[in-house]
Design a protein around this ligand. Sequence first.
Ligand SMILES: [Fe+2]
Ligand SMILES: [Fe+2]
Length: 374
Amino acid sequence: MALTLIFGGAFDPPHSEHVAMCKAATQQLGSDRLVLVPTYLPPHKSAGTLPFETRARLAQAAFDGLNAVVDRIEEERGGNNYSALVLPLLKQKYGDIVYLIGGDSLQYFDEWYHPEDILKVCPIAVGARAGYDDVKARASYLQKRYGGKFLPIDFEGKDIASSTLKAKLLLGEEPECLPKPVLDIIEREGLFEQYFPTLEKLKGYQSEDLFAHSKAVVTRAVDFNSKHNLKQPFEKVFLAALLHDNAKQRPSLDGLDVPKDAVGTPVLHQFLGAEKARRDFGIEDREILDAIRYHTTAKANMSGLEKLIYTADSLSDDRMYAPIPELRRIAIEDFDKGFRATLKFTYDKLLSRGKGIYPLTVDAYRYYIEEGKS
Ligand SMILES: [Fe+2]
Ligand SMILES: [Fe+2]
C-alpha cells in the first residue's frame, strides 16, 4: 500500500531545511507521496503572517520535484486544527500515513493537544540533524510515555527557523536557506516589504552603527522567541526590537512626558523612545511601548516581551566584548538564566562605576536576583 508522508507548518516562509528533512524522510521511509498541510490562522491571529493562499503557494513551490501536494484541510475546517483532530481525517483520506515533525517540536510535544491520541493514529517521524542524539533520546522517552512509534530521520540541515528568515526578509536582507522558487515568488510579489517605510524612517534617525545594532536586536529577539518557545507575537517582538533605540540619537524632549530623574542620564532614551515610537511611528500597542520603555533599566515584574527585548538588546550579535559572548551562550541554552545573568552583570558593572543606579534597575535586581522571583 502507498505510504504518505504528512508535513505541516506555517510555511511563513518555507525554507531549505524543511525541504532537506522531507527529502531525507521520503528516502528513509520509502514513502510514495508528500502531503503538505499549511496551518490555517484565524483572521484575528494572523497579523503579520502571510495569507493562507500565499503560504500554500510558497509551500508548493519550495517542495517542487518532491511529488508534493498541498492539502487545504486546515483552511476548510477553519479552526481547532490540533494534530490529534486533523490526522485522523488525513488518514481517512490518504490511507497509510506517517506524520513528520522537526526535532525542535519534540521538545514541547508534552504540551500538544492530546499527544497520546496523535500516536494512536500514525507513527511520527522526527527529523534529527546529524549528531543530534538528544532528539533520539527524547523520542524514545516519549514513546515509552505515550506508546505508539517514533521514527528518527537523520538528515543534514542547518539550525534555522522560519521566523528568523522572515525577520531578515522584513529587514530587507536576503537570507540564505530559501529555495530559489520561493525567493522568486517573494521578489516578484513584493512579499515581506510592509516595514520598509518604517526602516527608512528609522534610518533617518540613527547612525549606521546604531541602525545595524537595531537590526541585530531584531534577529536576536526573534531567535530567542522561537528557540525558547516564548510565544511572544512575532509582530510585537519585531517592532519593539526594531524601534527600541529610535530616540537614542535624538534626545530633545519636545514636551513629551518622561520621568524628570531620567533627563540628562543615559536611560532617558528608553522613556523618550516609547513616546517617540508612538508619536513618529504610530505605535499604540501598550506592550510594545513598555518593552521599549524599560529596555535599558529593566524593572521588577517584567512582561515576557519586556524581558525578551531587554535581553536581546544586551546580547545582540553586534556586541563582541567580554563577557557578552558568554552571556549570549547562556541565554541560548536557557533564556531565563541568560536574562538573570545579564541583569546581574549590568547591575554589578554600574555599581563598580559608582555613578548611581537608576531606581528601576535597583528594583529589578532586588526582585530577580536577591528574591529570585520570576
Ligand atoms: Fe538602548
Ligand atoms: Fe540598544
